[in-house]
Design a protein around this ligand. Structure first.
Ligand SMILES: Nc1ncnc2c1ncn2[C@@H]1O[C@H](COP(=O)(O)OP(=O)(O)OP(=O)(O)O)[C@@H](O)[C@H]1O
Length: 226
């Protein structure tokens, strides 16, 4: 028996302050898909990602989501551990969360160690996030998502600040953790390597929505030309 899609959008117009960014947006998202959004800067990748997130959050029951926004919303004054552990804050009462943040117990530190190591931040758990490089901050946000887990990951250019070798490894870590992913990426080769399905955006609409295995790099590069 096929399971119903997690989300279906039908002929939607996505707009900010009344100005349409994307028109005629129709898509469905099934469990197990790794959907990658590609397009030039300003083509609407974040806008579509946001609409997908809102659509998923409106479901009953809503799937558990892990989010990696473009601005990852880390707290610079707090340590890597604290920021990573915040991925689980809503799993506990506010009081328990505060207690862990004030006096992290060994068990909480141990839970965060795996994701911190997986993103290559071994030995950084006690470092203040404000003292990290851009790529290290981005990896902290990825560790937070890995610790959180969930039914789907929604991530906006989650590896834009790390070098190409690391970015492939980090995307694999996300793939191993999340059955379903929706990613905005700016690297077509990475998109083809990680995605099961690619949506190309341009001219205020979805230009194509196709299985990754059917797409060539040349077809994707056309999105960025002229
Ligand atoms: N919060 C917002 N408020 C108003 N307009 C916005 C907002 N976010 C995006 N836009 C507008 O929507 C359009 C598409 O932006 P969006 O961020 O979705 O593109 P993108 O493809 O993700 O770009 P980039 O690759 O540069 O991140 C742009 O014209 C942008 O100015």
């Amino acid at each position: 028996m096929t399971r119903p899609p997690l989300l279906r959008l039908e002929g939607e117009t996505l707009a900010w302050d009344g100005a349409a960014v994307l028109s005629g947006v129709s898509l469905s998202l099934a469990r197990g898909e790794r959907l990658v959004l590609l397009g030039r800067s300003g083509s609407g990748k974040s806008t579509l990602l946001n609409a997908i997130r809102l659509g998923l959050e409106a479901q009953h029951p809503a799937p558990r989501l892990a989010l990696v926004p473009q601005d990852p919303g880390l707290v610079p004054q707090l340590s890597v551990f604290h920021n990573v552990w915040m991925g689980r804050l809503d799993d506990h009462s506010a009081l328990h969360g505060l207690r862990v943040l004030l006096h992290p117990p060994a068990a909480a530190r141990a839970q965060a160690d795996g994701p911190i190591a997986r993103v290559g931040l071994n030995g950084f758990a006690r470092r203040r996030v404000g003292s990290l490089s851009g790529g290290q901050k981005q990896r902290t946000a990825l560790a937070r998502a890995l610790l959180r887990g969930g039914d789907a990951l929604i991530a906006d250019e989650p590896v834009s600040a790390v070098d190409p070798r690391q970015s492939g490894d980090l995307l694999e870590a996300l793939r191993d953790r999340f059955e379903t992913m929706v990613l905005a990426l700016h690297d077509p080769a990475r998109a083809l390597a990680i995605g099961t399905r690619i949506i190309g955006l341009g001219a205020g609409r979805i230009l194509f929505d196709r299985p990754a295995r059917e797409l060539s790099l040349q077809e994707i590069h056309a999105l960025y030309e002229a």
